[in-house]
Design a protein around this ligand. Structure first.
Ligand SMILES: [Mg+2]
Length: 213
């Protein structure tokens, strides 16, 4: 039974983008356009080169920002403000998901590679505001992103997460590796499954999955 696998869980950690809203909302398309524009302007490269660099940074460092910081010493704060200044008009309130999150026993946390103020806007638009005990963004880990284990360790220490009694919900399989190593229950939330030893569960419907717990 899925329920039994979560009987010990007291800390529920959720990624934000494409986890607490469906990828069909395509918010990341808007963010990617703004990231590319920022790379073009800050490094003085053309569109194709900016796209190539973004893919390289994402693969090598986990995020575009991490690559810009590591290779070009880019200031993270104006970058993060710029890339998250997007329209949330495509997000819909989700009262079923809200009800299932509200009945999870213990502490509920959002941990995103975006920023906490952006996460609050998204949660508000989804009708999920007020359901979480704490919201952490990349700024709370000195701008180190998931999947770096040091980023998870920093956030979980600040949040008081006991990883032996915790679960992580994420759409990016890479971001479940460190939580798994740290003893957490891992749930991959995405349209397609991803075969990896560090993934305990997969679902393409977070609400349906939570309804089993
Ligand atoms: Mg995500």
């Amino acid at each position: 039974m899925v329920k039994d696998a979560f009987a010990h869980v007291e800390h529920w950690v959720f990624d934000l983008d494409n986890t607490l809203y469906p990828p069909q909302a395509r918010l990341f398309d808007q963010i990617e356009v703004r990231m590319t524009a920022y790379v073009m302007a800050s490094l003085g490269v053309d569109h194709a080169e900016a796209d190539r660099l973004r893919r390289h940074y994402w693969a090598a460092y986990g995020t575009t920002l991490a690559g810009l910081m590591r290779e070009h010493d880019v200031d993270p704060t104006p970058y993060l403000t710029h890339v998250h200044d997007i329209s949330l008009a495509h997000l819909e309130r989700d009262s079923d998901l809200a009800a299932h999150i509200a009945r999870l026993p213990g502490r509920r946390i959002v941990y995103t590679n975006g920023t906490a103020p952006y996460a609050e806007r998204v949660l508000e638009a989804r009708g999920l505001a007020g359901l979480f005990d704490a919201i952490y963004g990349v700024e709370h880990a000195e701008f180190r992103p998931k999947p770096e284990r040091a980023a998870f360790e920093s956030i979980f220490e600040q949040a008081g997460v006991d990883t032996a009694a915790a679960a992580m919900f994420e759409d990016d399989p890479r971001n479940l590796a460190a939580p798994h190593e740290m003893g957490m229950r891992t749930v991959h939330v995405a349209p397609e499954p991803h075969d990896a030893d560090h993934i305990h569960h997969h679902t393409d419907d977070l609400t349906a999955f939570l309804s089993q717990l």
